[in-house]
Design a protein around this ligand. Structure first.
Ligand SMILES: NC(=O)c1ccc[n+]([C@@H]2O[C@H](COP(=O)([O-])OP(=O)(O)OC[C@H]3O[C@@H](n4cnc5c(N)ncnc54)[C@H](O)[C@@H]3O)[C@@H](O)[C@H]2O)c1
Length: 317
């Protein structure tokens, strides 16, 4: 059976120790989910490469990880990259190979991503280029740069891409299109690899990160960065931080998935249990029963995206 236990074992490293001693290349590793993956990689004996567009955040993240890395006997390597640029990603691959000649890349996390793009009817050409450039081509660029080298080396390895709950539900807006494409890319890659590396796609509900201010990282060729006006609160950004799940939870689920062979990693928020699964079921039911696309309502998501109320003043209360 295609989805039976035997087949699933092909997508697992039941002993995570098989990856220890290797390098974990993590795009978007300087912040949010990527930083959580770097922390978890260190705990698993992997040397994380923080491959990120935000130079200052890389330096800060390297400093925050230094003690844990030296205790684990691994190295942290920060390297600036714009994943939407094929040339920069090839440069990243060369820099990683030079820095770690004796260690295989055992884990590739194509995690860098940006929110936004807007609704289909309002998005401009440059918005499509920005969001698809980072969220889809960025993943493809990294897969093309690293996976053939990982296969050549022949060490056990895994590829993880960060999609979203938006990649499993009835798609909405340019972001939803990009995250569906990310899921599709991983499905295709899994089949092409035939078990030579394991493949997993992370699909989280709301995570406490900086995703809402993604425009800070908009490359010049896509219109350049946009920053919120000085002193002006962004209530949704603050709600993500207050109500989102900790990035460390996503990282834990990713490593569990690598161990158990789970392909679709539905990272449910404890404040919205089962919602990602419900979204996927709702979409599949519409497909199978000749229904229409629709996204089930979540009180939790409505609370996070409530533009009218002021930002929360403290924690999750
Ligand atoms: N936060 C959430 O609620 C949530 C939910 C579902 C999926 N995601 C996905 O998680 C991934 C990580 O985002 P996050 O939530 O940790 O946000 P974040 O903004 O905290 O982290 C994203 C990181 O990616 C980097 N980055 C952005 N553009 C880049 C580029 N062109 N090249 C290289 N690095 C780049 C940023 O500098 C940042 O460090 C994204 O793919 C996002 O779509 C987030």
């Amino acid at each position: 059976m295609a989805d039976g236990v035997g087949a699933r074992a092909r997508n697992a490293h039941s002993d995570l120790g098989a990856l220890a001693g290797g390098v974990a290349v993590i795009t978007g590793g300087a912040s949010g989910i990527g930083f959580g993956l770097a922390e978890r990689a260190i705990a698993g004996g992997l040397s994380p490469v923080l491959a990120d567009i935000e130079g200052a955040a890389i330096v800060e993240a390297e400093a925050r990880l230094a003690d844990a890395a030296s205790a684990a006997g691994v190295e942290v390597f920060g390297h600036p990259v714009d994943v939407s640029s094929e040339a920069e990603v090839l440069g990243l691959e060369a820099a990683v190979a030079e820095r770690f000649p004796d260690r295989p890349v055992s884990l590739l996390c194509c995690n860098a991503g940006v929110g936004g793009g807007g609704p289909i009817l309002r998005a401009r050409d440059i918005d499509w280029d920005f969001v698809l450039g980072v969220n889809v081509k960025g993943v493809a660029n990294c897969v093309r740069a690293f996976v053939p080298k990982m296969l050549e080396r022949g060490a056990p390895g895994s590829v993880v891409a960060t999609s979203s709950q938006d990649g499993l539900c009835a798609a909405q807006g340019v972001y939803g299109v990009s995250k569906h494409a990310c899921v599709a890319l991983c499905e295709a890659l899994f089949q092409e690899l035939g078990g030579r590396l394991t493949v997993h796609v992370l699909c989280p509900n709301v995570v406490a990160t900086n995703i809402i201010t993604s425009e800070r990282n908009r490359p010049e060729r896509f219109g350049g960065p946009r920053r919120p006006a000085e002193g002006r609160a962004n209530p949704v950004a603050e709600r993500f931080k207050a109500f989102g799940m900790p990035p460390s939870r996503c990282a834990e689920l990713v490593f569990d998935a690598i161990r158990t062979g789970t392909f679709y990693i539905m990272a449910e928020s404890e404040d919205d249990p089962g919602y990602v699964r419900l979204e996927a079921e709702t979409r599949m039911k519409a497909i199978l029963e000749d229904g229409l696309p629709y996204r089930p309502r979540s009180e939790f998501i409505a609370k996070v995206f409530d533009f009218r109320s002021p930002p929360p003043s403290r924690g999750k209360s």
